[in-house]
Design a protein around this ligand. Structure first.
Ligand SMILES: [Zn+2]
Length: 545
């Protein structure tokens, strides 16, 4: 007989109650420092923060004692260690919170964007907060009592924790109901509640749309003839990425980030009081084209609803979507799409490849959407060709807190400068085509961006609590002389309106007005240009969607 000495399977043993207690302590201490900070910043009270953390610790203990049954305890404990670490990394790197919008954005992200976010710091976090504790869990012998005894112990400990939580929450409600109500956004910082809540919300959204057929709104749409000159219209809609009003010199920013647009100034209008529909691409991009205003817009509904592009297409325009971002996120499903970039990163000028020959081949009124890579974070320095590195030094790291604020802003401003260059070049293309077409350009960003203000980076903050930088976005309009004349649009009049409050809610109706497409869904009151049009478009039989 040969006997082999095995290395011990377990380092130590713990009763299930002790294991749960230690696991909850670890969850609070290792993953929830951002949450504890957020509570303190919200309440400005050490006692309030301690009581909040204590009540959550008690509730977490109850949840864990229900979920951590003999066969599931280790797989679940390890799974949450890895999930929590990923959530914690993003929260610390960008000051973001985890909610359904964040998760929708993650689901829609492509492999290159993921590469942008992966780095050594993330690997170190994963080893320290994910893999190492998981290994310790696997090396722990967890001893469960016989079922009845285990249940009895859990009921008693659960009751104690429930009493603690109820007493604290009850006390809080009695003290100040309003404060507690305001606190609902704090749950987006609480790991793993935020992750679980986001998953449940996204699953609910997806399930809601199962079996739903495309809702058509394009029927009956038709084009009015232009006022005179008989040239077809050519409208270019440029959708920016993460551009914010605060860094546009057209809005008063001290750096000349819009310098390349100066030569187009005579026919350009900048709207300096314009707000986005969301703070993330997954919401804003479909919302821009949707007939629904921000307050009624539901993320993912774009998959099952026609949008303004479908209406304009149905009315007789040639529609074309050129993509240099992740993808069109279901906004161009029924129109022609082109994508030229086959490598990791292409500068946005690629959107203008063979532009005039492509337009000339259509021979009819045309609307082109150019979807930019723009100023997508966190690696702003990758968003422009080297010759556009005007402001230096720049941040070249994914983990933004490792860069100085100046480096981050320099890289971001270079990307805005490059966007101005790309817009100006697009206008040059339109000028070259103005003998054959009445041309116009409409630019709006999808959402803004935080560059370290109050510890926040990138975007995706919940709309209600998001800082202005993530919602106040640049929007501009350029009209050729021919387009203004054919549509009876008075440029000076539009300039006078340019500081009025507008938002993405106006885009659907403004694009219909610019295209001279008549549909019951058109609301002249929301068309930004309608009051400056000599012959306003008819708003017959309007039916709200
Ligand atoms: Zn975006």
């Amino acid at each position: 007989m040969i006997s082999l000495k095995k290395t011990p399977r377990y380092f130590w043993s713990l009763s299930s109650v002790k294991f749960n207690f230690i696991y909850c302590l670890f969850t609070m201490a290792a993953y929830n420092i951002p949450f504890i900070k957020a509570v303190y910043l919200h309440d400005h009270s050490i006692a309030g923060t301690v009581l909040t953390v204590l009540s959550i610790f008690a509730l977490l203990n109850i949840a864990v004692s229900v979920l951590f049954i003999p066969r599931l305890v280790k797989p679940l404990a390890v799974f949450f260690c890895l999930l929590n670490t990923t959530g914690l990394y993003f929260m610390r790197a960008y000051g973001v919170v985890i909610d359904k919008i964040m998760l929708l954005n993650v689901i829609q992200t492509d492999v290159y964007e993921v590469q942008d976010l992966l780095n050594l710091r993330m690997l170190a976090d994963l080893l320290l907060f994910g893999i190492f504790p998981s290994w310790l869990i696997l090396k722990t012998k967890i001893i469960f009592q016989p079922f009845k005894k285990d249940a009895a112990v859990k009921i008693v400990s659960g009751a104690i924790f429930a009493l603690i939580a109820a007493a604290i929450i009850g006390f809080g409600l009695w003290q100040n109901q309003e404060v507690l109500k305001e606190r609902k956004y704090l749950k987006n910082s609480l790991i793993p509640v935020n992750g679980i809540g986001a998953v449940i919300s996204v699953v609910k959204i997806k399930v809601n749309y199962i079996g739903i057929k495309l809702k058509k709104i394009s029927g009956g749409a038709h084009m009015l003839p232009a006022a005179h000159n008989g040239k077809p219209a050519l409208i270019v809609v440029v959708i920016g990425e993460s551009a914010r009003d605060a860094n546009f010199s057209l809005s008063g920013y001290e750096r000349p980030t819009n310098e390349p647009l100066i030569r187009q100034k005579d026919r350009l209008v900048y709207f300096d009081n314009f707000y986005s529909c969301g703070t993330a691409t997954a919401v804003s991009l479909p919302c821009i084209f949707s007939p629904y205003p921000r307050k009624k817009f539901k993320p993912e509904s774009e998959k099952y609803n026609e949008n303004v592009l479908d209406i304009i297409d149905h009315a007789g325009y040639k529609l074309l979507w050129r993509e240099n971002n992740t993808d069109c996120k279901d906004n161009c499903n029924r129109i022609e799409q082109e994508r030229f970039c086959n490598v990791k990163e292409c500068a946005d000028e690629i959107l203008l490849r063979n532009f005039s020959s492509k337009i000339r081949s259509t021979g009819k009124p045309t609307m082109v959407v150019l979807h930019q890579r723009g100023s997508h974070g966190p690696l702003y320095a990758l968003r422009y060709p080297p010759e556009f590195e005007i402001y230096k030094p720049v941040c070249r790291q994914e983990y933004l807190p490792n860069c100085t604020r100046e480096e981050i802003i320099n890289a971001y401003d270079n990307s805005i400068y490059y966007t101005s260059h790309m817009l100006s070049k697009t206008i040059d293309e339109l000028k070259a085509l103005s003998g054959e077409y009445d041309t116009a350009l409409f630019f709006t960003s999808d959402h803004g961006e935080s560059l370290g203000e109050n510890g926040l980076y990138i975007h995706s903050a919940p709309y209600e609590t998001a800082p202005d930088e993530q919602k106040h976005i640049p929007t501009l309009l350029w009209l050729s002389e021919g387009f203004s004349e054919a549509n009876g649009l008075d440029l000076d009049c539009i300039r006078k309106l340019s500081s009025q409050p507008f938002s993405h809610d106006n885009v659907f109706h403004t694009l219909l007005g610019m295209s001279r497409v008549v549909t019951p869904f058109y609301d002249p009151a929301l068309d930004m240009l309608n009051s400056c049009r000599k012959n306003p478009l008819p708003a017959f039989g309007r039916t709200a969607p």
